[in-house]
Design a protein around this ligand. Structure first.
Ligand code: NAP
Length: 299
């Protein structure tokens, strides 16, 4: 099997490349059909997904069977400031990959976000709930989803949320840094979602890729949805940092892009098809922190 990962230097891309290379993750072995695959791990320097000629050339030379599109503009406030670039990367990029994947008969696994929903829910959104994004990031990602589903027959759109992994910046690392620098944290308590480990997501995506399933899948860690404040408290407790964590409101912490108040996702389609292998968020976070803190010499 030949597998292309785009955006492979990012949080998710790095984790996917690792488990495909090693054939195993802490959650289990990858499916037999994907073992010993040739993996092309590319980021923008090697393959810019907004350049359709480059995408075509890559496929013509390497003929991947499966494509994981982890490339995106994920800076939510940056998208608000530069709508054109956001659409180019989050909508035109997936359109190019979908068009060329269809031509070459490749299976496309595309990653999307909880921001496609308005974010005023009270129970977790499932895959058939109506989308209504409230930000440029959410609108550009929704456009990307639609291109993938309309242009590539053999495709899955996998929506995740509140992602953290070993590389790049994320909420977990920011909390650890601020806790050490400031000794106190003030964190928003009126936005609720699903903290999700890139380790769990990468494994679930590989299982999905090896299946025959198509369509939209929600892929977030399980357990009760929580606020950023509750998430931060768990990070600090598990890292055994002696800092106070204070709750604040969204109003007290204004940002250029509006954050969803409640955008938790329900992995209904996974449960009803290949099975939901995502751990509870607390378990996945504890496991991540254990290895991350040891790796960084902070344990
Ligand atoms: N992070 C989250 O909390 C979160 C939540 C929900 C959904 N998601 C979705 O999950 C997916 C993976 O997110 P992530 O956190 O792993 O993202 P990430 O860490 O920001 O990685 C994205 C990667 O894509 C690269 N990239 C940007 N433009 C590109 C282009 N034109 N061609 C090829 N590569 C390009 C980026 O390079 P540069 O860094 O140089 O730009 C980066 O290495 C994305 O689809 C994202 O929308 C993320």
């Amino acid at each position: 099997m030949k597998i292309l990962i785009t955006g492979s230097n990012g949080q998710l891309g790095t984790e996917l490349y690792k488990i495909l290379r090693e054939g195993i993750s802490e959650l289990g072995k990858i499916p037999e059909s994907l073992q010993d695959s040739i993996v092309f791990a590319t980021d923008v320097d090697e393959l810019d997904i907004t350049d359709i000629k480059a995408v075509e050339k890559f496929f013509s030379k390497n003929k991947p069977d499966i494509v994981f599109n982890c490339a995106a503009m994920t800076n939510v406030d940056g998208c608000e400031r530069d709508e054109e670039i956001a659409y180019r990367i989050n909508a035109e990029g997936p359109k190019n990959l979908a068009t060329i994947s269809q031509c070459y008969g490749a299976r496309l696994i595309h990653i999307s976000t909880d921001y496609v929903f308005f974010g005023d829910g009270t129970i977790p959104y499932n895959e058939s709930d109506t989308t209504n994004p409230n930000t440029v990031y959410g609108r550009s990602k929704l456009a990307g989803e639609q291109f993938v589903l309309n242009l590539c027959a053999n495709s899955c759109v996998c929506r995740t949320a509140w992602l953290y992994g070993y590389v790049g910046n994320n909420f977990v690392k920011t909390m650890l840094r601020l806790a050490r620098e400031k000794g106190t944290l003030t964190v928003v308590n009126d936005q609720v979602g699903n903290p999700t480990s890139a380790v769990d997501l990468a494994y679930q995506l590989v299982l999905l890729a090896a299946s025959q399933e198509m369509g939209i899948f929600h892929c977030t860690c399980n357990g009760e949805p929580v606020s950023w404040y509750t998430f931060a408290k768990r990070v600090v407790e598990k890292a055994k940092l002696d800092v106070s964590v204070n709750a604040c409101t969204t109003e007290q912490f204004p940002r250029p892009a509006k954050r969803p108040a409640f955008s938790a996702l329900d992995n209904r389609n996974l449960r009803e098809t290949i099975g939901d292998n995502m751990r509870k968020w607390e378990e996945a976070l504890d496991s991540f922190l254990e290895s991350y803190l040891e790796r960084e010499g902070m344990s």
